[in-house]
Design a protein around this ligand. Structure first.
Ligand SMILES: [Zn+2]
Length: 230
């Protein structure tokens, strides 16, 4: 990451940005079977389409694993130009680049258990907002999230985690306080996962500006599908 407080173009350098943009075109000509033929998405709608298409390839077993080739990575040595910022859980079953079938330099990803909001999360997101200016911020929860399950158990008085873990779980709990947690446990956790995504989104409304669209989604472990929340 560029660490200085500069505008995005100053940070990346106009030449580096132009070179990276040109590399899309070059790779497209070099390998028309690659995802590089896809134009760089510049609007939130285009980004969502790109992510949905990649997720469909992943679901159908036709992932391209794009943007991993040596030449592409060399284009990224001096700069980055991701088109989406993703805040997701650390769960090992939910790697955003794989489930959206994207590659190096495509996604700016912040991962923390339960995608909780704390100062380091906010700092990373503000970096993406100010310096990377990705048109989409996506909060990505997932089925059977351990952090959310722990928050449900804590709110029901069933279980307390060790102090450091509980401090994280405490950050999930406010988003679940209006829920009835006494139903069938799998169904409750499923609803709580979506509630936690919405809780994270609510905490970001003051940070995200008009130029960036904030969206939420839940990854279904069984089907491999990312479902957008409406
Ligand atoms: Zn999780």
């Amino acid at each position: 990451m560029c660490r200085s407080i500069l505008t995005r173009r100053q940070c990346l350098g106009a030449g580096a940005v132009a070179a990276l943009a040109a590399s899309y075109s070059t790779r497209a000509k070099a390998d028309e079977s690659s995802a590089s033929v896809e134009p760089f998405p510049t609007t939130a709608e285009e980004v969502l389409t790109r992510l949905r298409d990649g997720n469909q390839r992943f679901i159908s077993g036709q992932a391209r694993h794009p943007h991993a080739e040596l030449a592409w990575r060399r284009d990224l040595e001096q700069t980055q130009k991701p088109f989406a910022t993703v805040l997701s859980c650390s769960d090992s079953r939910v790697p955003p680049e794989l489930l959206f079938d994207q590659g190096f330099g495509d996604l700016f990803v912040i991962r923390v258990a339960g995608h909780v909001i704390d100062p380091s999360t906010l700092g990373s997101l503000q970096y993406a907002l100010v310096h990377l200016q990705t048109p989409l911020f996506l909060v990505l929860g997932h089925e059977r999230c351990g952090a959310v399950t722990a928050a449900v158990q804590a709110l029901l008085g069933e279980h307390q985690e060790p102090a450091k873990i509980q401090a994280l779980v405490d950050l999930v709990e406010p988003g679940l306080e209006k829920m009835d947690l006494h139903g069938e446990r799998d169904a409750v956790v499923r609803q709580a996962v979506a509630a936690n995504v919405r809780w994270t989104m609510r905490q970001l409304t003051d940070l995200v500006q008009d130029s960036t669209q904030l969206a939420g989604a839940v990854y279904e472990l069984d089907r491999g599908e990312v479902e957008m929340l409406t």
